[in-house]
Design a protein around this ligand. Sequence first.
Ligand SMILES: [Zn+2]
Length: 365
Amino acid sequence: MTCVLAIDIGGTKLAAALVDEAGSMLRSATRPTPRTEVMSALAGLIAEVMNGGPLPEAAGIGCAGPLDLATGTVSPVNMPSWRGFPLREEVRKLTGLPTVLAGDAQCFALGEHWLGAGRGSTSLLGIVVSTGIGGGLVIDGAPLLGPTGNAGHVGHMSIDPNGERCECGGRGCVERYSSGPNLARWALEHGWSPHEDPTDPTGNSAGSGRAVSGTEAMDGQAEGADGRAGDASLRAEGASGKAGDAGLGAGTTVKHNGEKADARALARDAAAGDPVAVAAFERGARALAGMIASTAAAAEVTTVVIGGGVSAAGKVLFEPLERALDDVAGLAFVRAVQVRQSTLGVHASLAGAANLAWLAITANG
Ligand SMILES: [Zn+2]
């Protein structure tokens, strides 16, 4: 049984799996990302999936950015203890395996291309819309990483050069319009007040913690018994729209009238017809449409797969996005772009990390 070691490193959780050539997870495990000593937590996680399992041929890592592929170092925004951290070399030393590294959103795109909503596409843009907006390109089956590994950073494409200042220092970035916290921010500024959550038995959704429990439940299932889960398919595991749901609440702790005023609440209210919530998603979708049309024009992208917490909003995001694209896009090949919702959910980046390792094995003969 040949397999690779896939590793997904995010600000809230670490995941690792042994994945075969067909995309089945032979073993997997996750744990929360600690504030410090991240490498020792990662070493423990890797030992958990490798000990007693088949020996992998290579390791693929997807890590939150920014990163520098020239040096193999990472400096994830949400992990202050790692600045210029030599992740690729540390994992190579730890495992003795040939090790490849890419951004987590690049791995998302690669995973969706391999096993998910982007299968068979010749030119794919993957977008993760959550607390921020990340992206990755897969051209002719290969990831387009760029010289330092930052290609596909579509969240900071300017869709309005006269627009608002972005946290990155730029102006008019799509993230400023369409990320979860920015959707909620705009809605609050325009008079939105979250409605009471009808699904919350306490009558008060604030502080319920459900924003992260969705992810944990999914991971708990995927993990199986101590990572010994037999033959769990990456394809099937995350197929629920709920998978990406976790990020909807991420990044905002704003409360309004006792209700959590985040993108999850905004999506619920938009679905119920709240006019400001609907307008917030229409505005965010229009910004995404501008970015998608621009990227399609530049790289002849044929397929766009959108994941991340905000994508779980479903039709309140995707319907205005289709309408906006119809308005924004002109040239026939740009108008032809297909926009799809992620089907792998929380497992997309892990699948992409596995695919990255398989591609490296193939490339090295
Ligand atoms: Zn920006």
